[in-house]
Design a protein. Structure first.
Length: 149
């Protein structure tokens, strides 16, 4: 009788072990698929980040090009220029640049996507005291024209 129980028990134990192994293998496959999916998402995010940064870089280059073109049209200052002449030249430059950028919209260079990307980098790179120090440094700067959060 004992022999018979062992024979019945053995296939049962073997079946349970097989089911357990299959479950672990399936979980392992699911984990592997999940990891592959996460890796694909990270790769896609990196590609999107590259595209975002490329657009941001192009926006900056376009602005600098336009700024330089405006500056080239202004009369050159001599080394002997007075403070009043320098101030007048600077005012003329600002007025000419504003006139050249009448169609420019807020966020054309620092779009919401770019701002959020930069914030995420700062949050991930600077923690605790370092983040407070960066914030203090930014707040010490002349930021009257900008809304800070």
């Amino acid at each position: 009788m004992m022999e018979r129980k062992r024979l019945i028990l053995s296939p049962l134990v073997a079946g349970m072990a097989l089911i357990s192994f299959a479950g672990q293998w399936t979980c392992g496959a699911q984990t592997s698929q999940r990891q592959n999916s996460q890796t694909a998402v990270k790769a896609q995010d990196k590609q999107l980040d590259k595209q975002l940064l490329a657009r941001f870089d192009q926006s900056i280059k376009n602005y600098v090009k336009q700024r330089n073109q405006v500056k080239e049209k202004l009369p050159k200052l001599s080394k002997d220029s007075t403070p009043e002449q320098i101030q007048a030249n600077e005012s003329a430059f600002v007025a000419a640049l504003r006139a050249a950028r009448t169609n420019a919209k807020s966020g054309a260079i620092f779009s919401e996507e770019v701002v959020n990307y930069i914030r995420s980098i700062v949050r991930s790179e600077f923690k605790g005291k370092d983040r407070r120090d960066v914030k203090e440094t930014i707040l010490e700067a002349d930021t009257r024209e900008f809304r800070l959060r």
